[in-house]
Design a protein around this ligand. Structure first.
Ligand code: 4NP
Length: 159
């Protein structure tokens, strides 16, 4: 008998872990639940400024408006062990992808990509950082991470 496969584990990574990656985590949790797919999801930042901090109030608001409570999430910094713990490490933009490539231990099993690589027609693109902008930017972020989450769920179901 083959042992049961554990659910796929996905880590979303941005710079601060208070805007984009918590929203990507929330969107994937929601899309997976809607599809009945079991998945382990977490998020982290390449920077350490917001370790222990809750998501930006504007990120909490857009998630809440879409039915997801992210107020309990706390920022953490990505670490080398994440490349063993997760099957997929997904960067929200190119600078974070480059930082992850430097941090990744040689031979680690995680697959590293941009989050939008999973969205047809958007491979190679970044999710823009809404931190220094207005609330409208967070709605754009939510739309982008939701499209990616739905594409990811379809890809993970097909495994
Ligand atoms: P995030 O946004 O990477 O999407 O969480 C940012 C959060 C904080 C900062 C930059 C981007 N910061 O410079 O503190």
């Amino acid at each position: 008998m083959t042992p049961p496969r554990r659910p796929p584990a996905v880590l979303m990574v941005c710079l601060g872990n208070i805007c984009r990656s918590p929203l990507a985590e929330a969107a994937l949790r929601r899309a997976a639940a809607a599809a009945g797919l079991e998945v382990e999801v977490d998020s982290a930042g390449t920077g350490d400024w917001h370790v222990g901090a809750p998501p930006d109030p504007r990120a909490q608001a857009v998630a809440r408006a879409n039915g997801v409570d992210i107020s309990g999430l706390r920022g953490r910094q990505v670490e080398a062990a994440d490349f063993e713990r997760f099957d997929h490490v997904l960067a929200l933009d190119h600078a974070n992808l480059a930082a992850l490539e430097r941090l990744r231990p040689p031979g680690s099993r995680a697959r590293l990509a941009l989050l939008l690589d999973h969205v047809p027609g958007r491979a190679g693109e970044a999710v823009a950082d809404p931190y220094f902008g207005t609330e409208a930017g967070f709605a754009v972020t939510w739309a982008e991470v939701t499209a990616a989450a739905e594409a990811l769920v379809a890809a993970l179901r097909a495994r």
